[in-house]
Design a protein around this ligand. Structure first.
Ligand SMILES: Cc1ncc(COP(=O)(O)O)c(C=O)c1O
Length: 361
């Protein structure tokens, strides 16, 4: 060998490709490719960010106590069992680093979020892909994939890119029938869009092997700042804190994140706006013959007749400056994932899809 070699598994990782943000020659872009908040970041967070500018010479808090206190207060959780990460992505990586590894099987679902696979591979673990039932997580299929080597199970609920949610009854069954040595990760990146739901926190309270992940990247409009958080049993949080760097979140991100979490009106308004626009977009797309599953998130998974039709529609949308997400890498080549925009954006998307279908019925 003539050069250093990475650990086994690393070179099998396919680079993650984020949502498109520009099209050459098109000015008026409507970016619906990364499930971002169409209203932008809360004004409260922008102000906190500006105020943080004068203390940039200081290292950030290493225990994130202000942000954890705000999250604990809002969600009725124990602050010492919250961990914050540079996006929830970082927490997925900590979990894999700590609980996966060579010979450990990590279960993810057919259309599950890609980062579970990437970080499990980076840890050298074995991936076990479980089929979904028509784009819904299938608890029975997960249970039948568990072996003595299973170390972790990742479920996004609601799922990305499906938008579908499984019930608390299904989660309760999964948790009850899974060996207590397996870490079950309930990824609630989109849980904020489900009014009155705790994202699975009740299961964390009741079990020693369940972790909930959340993010400020979606509902809270702070994807660019990279703030996520997790809630788990104390013994798991203590482990994750050992692999976490002391300054993994910058001071401006902590300040803006805490301000956003305390901005309850922002969330209430945006949730109502998203859920109304989502219902409208789904209904009008269906009227055009483009079906989608009921979504509990801030996006719809639009299903076309074929991969060719989905890609042709995407090309047409791009030519009009509307950027959505192809999801072939999630095993859904005949679908396009569309972030829910505001009502004016919905009208623009619908007009574009209508003109595409008229052109190529
Ligand atoms: C299901 C799911 N989990 C986690 C994440 C990661 O979010 P972030 O790292 O921005 O917190 C995303 C982002 O798209 C997601 O869709």
């Amino acid at each position: 060998m003539t050069q250093p070699q990475p650990q086994p598994g690393i070179l099998d990782i396919q680079l993650y490709v984020g949502g498109k943000s520009s099209v050459q020659g098109v000015r008026d872009i409507l970016k619906l490719s990364s499930n971002e908040n169409p209203n932008g970041p809360p004004a409260s967070a922008q102000q906190a960010l500006a105020e943080a500018a004068s203390t940039l010479h200081r290292y950030p808090s290493s225990d994130h106590s202000g942000l954890r206190a705000a999250l604990a207060e809002l969600h009725g959780l124990e602050a010492q069992r919250i961990i914050c990460g540079c996006g929830s992505d970082e927490l997925i990586s900590f979990l894999c680093q700590a609980y996966a590894g060579p010979e450990v099987e990590v279960i993810h679902t057919e259309h599950g979020f890609l980062m579970y696979r990437l970080y499990a591979m980076a840890a050298g673990a074995r991936l076990v892909c479980v089929p979904e039932a028509e784009r819904h997580v299938d608890v029975e299929a997960i249970l039948s994939a568990i072996t003595p080597r299973t170390g972790m199970i990742f479920i996004a609920n609601p799922g990305n890119p499906t938008g579908t949610k499984i019930s608390d009854e299904d989660l309760a069954e999964l948790i009850a029938k899974t060996p207590k040595t397996v870490v079950i990760v309930l990824d609630g990146a989109y849980a904020d869009y489900v009014e009155g739901w705790d994202g699975g926190a009740r299961f964390v309270e009741a079990h020693d092997n369940v972790v909930m992940l959340r993010t400020l990247s979606k509902m809270y409009g702070l994807g660019g700042l990279r703030v996520g958080w997790g809630y788990g049993p104390q013994h798991i949080i203590d482990v994750l804190n050992r692999v976490r760097g002391p300054f993994n979140i910058s001071a401006p991100a902590l300040a803006a994140g805490e301000a956003a979490v305390r901005d309850h009106d922002f969330v209430i308004q945006h949730r109502a706006q998203n859920n109304a626009a989502r219902a409208y977009l789904a209904e009008e797309l269906a009227a055009l013959g483009v079906a989608s599953d009921p979504s509990d998130a801030n996006f719809l998974l639009a299903r076309f007749a074929s991969q060719e039709q989905a890609e042709a529609c995407d090309d047409h949308l791009q030519s009009l400056g509307i950027l959505v997400r192809r999801v072939g890498s999630y095993g859904l080549p005949e679908c396009l994932r569309i972030t829910v925009p505001d009502m004016a954006g919905c009208a623009r998307v619908l007009q574009a899809v209508r003109s595409f279908l008229e052109k190529t019925p």
